[in-house]
Design a protein. Structure first.
Length: 127
């Protein structure tokens, strides 16, 4: 009697939460001159590429101290500035609105809040 071995299910690589996690801003900045609020990120080039915050058509600065600024225009309607740091990481200064649009978890959270008819943001208000 020839018993065949039981086939084992295929297992792919375990997802790494570090590669799928959105970058976390280290600071924020508001400009009265141009009328925007921005988040500031300092991440590796790979992390920024994976985040989708920087448009594909934008070139990354190669040398420390160099950078690129993109004013709002039809292809990318939000302000963005990208600088290469001495450490090799990149500093991304980007309009808050661009970050919030790309954050699916935040959009679902905000949608749930605004859809809740029992929620009131008025202090001491009873339903």
């Amino acid at each position: 009697m020839n018993a065949k071995p039981k086939p084992e299910p295929l297992r792919g690589p375990k997802p790494n939460p570090q590669t799928t996690q959105s970058p976390i801003p280290i600071s924020c900045w508001t400009s009265a001159a141009i009328g925007i609020s921005t988040y500031i990120f300092e991440e590796s080039e790979e992390a920024l590429r994976q985040s989708g915050l920087v448009p594909d058509w934008l070139g990354y600065p190669a040398d420390p101290g160099h950078g690129v600024a993109v004013p709002a225009h039809p292809d990318f309607p939000n302000y963005l500035k990208l600088l290469r740091l001495k450490s090799g990481q990149l500093r991304l200064i980007i309009d808050v609105r661009a970050v919030l649009k790309a954050d699916g978890q935040f959009q679902r959270f905000l949608g749930g809040l605004t859809a809740d008819i029992n929620l009131s943001l008025v202090r001491r208000e009873s339903a």
